[in-house]
Write a protein that binds this ligand. Structure first.
Ligand SMILES: Cc1cc2nc3c(=O)[nH]c(=O)nc-3n(C[C@H](O)[C@H](O)[C@H](O)COP(=O)(O)OP(=O)(O)OC[C@H]3O[C@@H](n4cnc5c(N)ncnc54)[C@H](O)[C@@H]3O)c2cc1C
Length: 491
């Protein structure tokens, strides 16, 4: 029984059916509170900016659940867990028995304590309904305030500005994205946003939304706006577990087997709290779904989830921003910190090293340097002594090559959302998956945030030249057992 049909609950169902296609080992019931089947929430920013339609972000094609023997009930929330009876109670009055319960209830948008947020021109930015409401209000020339200058607030404001909306990001902290960026990077990001038509108000402490006026600050100043997008952070949806007496902290506490304090109840995705795992990103949730499917289908009883390294990318047109690690290391301390700032050119690079290992960093407007930073961070490969080359992604021989797909190391993670390495893409190619769509279906690369699309296309072009598919199709595998991943979600 799975509670939650979001990105991770849906992936868990898919992983179980990869291992148990006929449903001989595991019967699956999935209850989802949203009125529609799961969709790619990560791509909502792209829907908002007009790059994709709502239809294009569905995770599974229509009828997928029935075809894969999944009893999917949408629009039905789990309201309580009776652990003694091993039964969940549902919002439609039904009760469902379980042997194993998987909580994949995600997180919800947090509403700061401001007056007036019950107005119908105030919208959070978490689900497809929110997205549709924002789009209905976003006529060209409208004035929007976006409360919160974190990753999602910046993505939302950029998307709105691209639609001709006058967007102002209002942020209480002294610089944007302070959870991922140091102040220098925050300043360059703010300047870049301003060039793209987004006004940024920092250090603004909002106290009330005033309909027909705008957002009022603690000092009395009014930011005139017709609508407000609240993007002030998320909180793990852990109330169901807490109500059943399961141990909860910021999220539902889980161990390396994704078990909660009740061995029969598991938690994955945004609602789970695993030591050393960044919160609120899809990659950890998808990795957890695979591990739990291994365990609950009996495919690999030794499977364990050991955590995920944090990499964040901003998905906004004309803003190339990537960060790795904890921004606290960029403050110095025992780390060596390299830094380059070109605010006028919209470029910023900073890296923190412990000895010769990259432990943190942020790059704006420097895509090659960002790719190099991520490779060093991921692989833990020693960084070269040429610090200038390292900072700009042009390090000396021996460094992981990032610009040329042919020279990327096989272990380089190309698709972070799905943890797909270059080696896995090459293997899939050699197995007969010789275009981007086929590689996406075989490996799932490009089907998360889509940010790796260019690299996968580059690897595809490089393979077509260096390792052309045989005319006889001799390498093509007859095996098509992988669950098809719809191309719609691919970049
Ligand atoms: C606009 C936007 C952009 C994002 N961009 C990125 C990005 O670039 N990279 C990245 O890694 N992450 C990104 N994220 C975060 C990413 O979407 C989440 O990490 C991911 O969706 C987590 O998946 P989940 O299944 O755990 O939770 P969710 O996708 O939130 O799904 C949880 C589901 O459970 C349902 N549910 C809750 N309670 C119950 C209940 N009691 N009974 C039944 N169902 C219930 C909810 O309605 C929801 O449908 C973004 C998020 C947003 C909103």
């Amino acid at each position: 029984m799975v509670a939650g049909h979001g990105m991770v609950g849906a992936r868990f169902a898919e992983e179980v059916r990869r291992r148990d296609p006929e449903g001989r080992r595991v019967r699956l019931t999935v209850l989802g509170a949203e009125p529609r089947p799961a969709y790619n929430r990560v791509l909502l920013s792209t829907v908002l900016s007009g790059g994709l339609t709502a239809q294009a972000v569905q995770l599974h094609p229509p009828g997928w659940a029935a075809r894969h023997r999944v009893d999917l009930r949408t629009g039905v929330a789990v309201t309580a867990i009776d652990r003694a009876a091993r039964v969940v109670r549902c919002s439609d009055g039904t009760a469902v028995r379980y042997d194993e319960l998987v909580l994949a209830t995600g997180s919800r948008a947090w509403l700061p304590p401001l007056d007036g947020l019950d107005d119908d021109r105030v919208v959070t930015f978490r689900d497809l309904d929110d997205c549709e409401r924002i789009l209905a209000l976003a006529r060209p020339g409208a004035r929007f305030a976006v409360l919160g200058g974190g990753l999602l607030g910046c993505e939302a404001a950029r998307g709105l500005a691209g639609r001709g909306v006058r967007a102002t990001v209002v942020h209480p902290a002294p610089h944007l994205m302070e959870r991922q960026l140091d102040s220098g990077a925050g300043e360059v990001l703010a300047a870049t946003m301003a060039r793209l038509g987004v006004e940024v108000r920092l250090g603004f402490s909002a106290v009330a939304w005033e309909p027909d006026a705008g957002l009022r600050g603690a000092d009395g100043e009014l930011i005139a706006a017709d609508a407000l997008v609240v993007s002030a952070g998320v909180r793990a949806e852990a109330g169901l577990a807490a109500g059943a007496g399961i141990v909860v902290d910021r999220g539902v506490l889980v161990d390396d087997r994704l078990a909660t304090s009740d061995e029969r109840v598991h938690a994955i995705g945004d609602c789970a709290q695993h030591p050393g795992t960044p919160a609120g990103l899809v990659q950890p949730g998808w990795e957890q779904a695979a591990v739990l499917a291994d365990l609950l289908t009996g495919t690999d009883p030794a499977a364990r989830y050991r955590g995920t390294r944090a990499v964040t990318r901003l998905k906004a047109r004309d803003v190339d921003l990537a960060t790795v690690g904890d921004p606290a290391v960029l403050a110095g301390g025992d780390a060596e910190v390299l830094r380059f700032a070109d605010p006028a050119g919209g470029r910023y690079a900073t890296l923190a090293l412990h000895g010769d290992r990259v432990v943190g960093g942020a790059m704006i407007g420097l895509p090659e340097a960002a790719a190099s930073m991520i490779q060093y961070y991921d692989t833990g490969q020693p960084a070269p002594s040429d610090r200038l080359g390292l900072l700009f992604g042009r390090a000396l021989p021996g460094a992981p090559e990032t610009a040329d797909p042919g020279r990327l190391p096989a272990a380089a993670v190309v698709c972070r959302c799905n943890s797909v390495t270059k080696g896995a893409l090459v293997a899939a190619w050699r197995d007969g998956h010789t275009d981007v769509g086929a590689l996406a279906r075989a490996t799932r690369a490009t089907t998360g945030c889509g940010g790796c699309g260019d690299t996968v296309r580059g690897i595809c072009a490089w393979l077509a030249e260096s390792d052309p598919p045989t005319l006889s199709g001799a390498r093509r595998s007859e095996q098509t057992a992988l669950t098809p991943v719809p191309e719609e979600g691919a970049a």
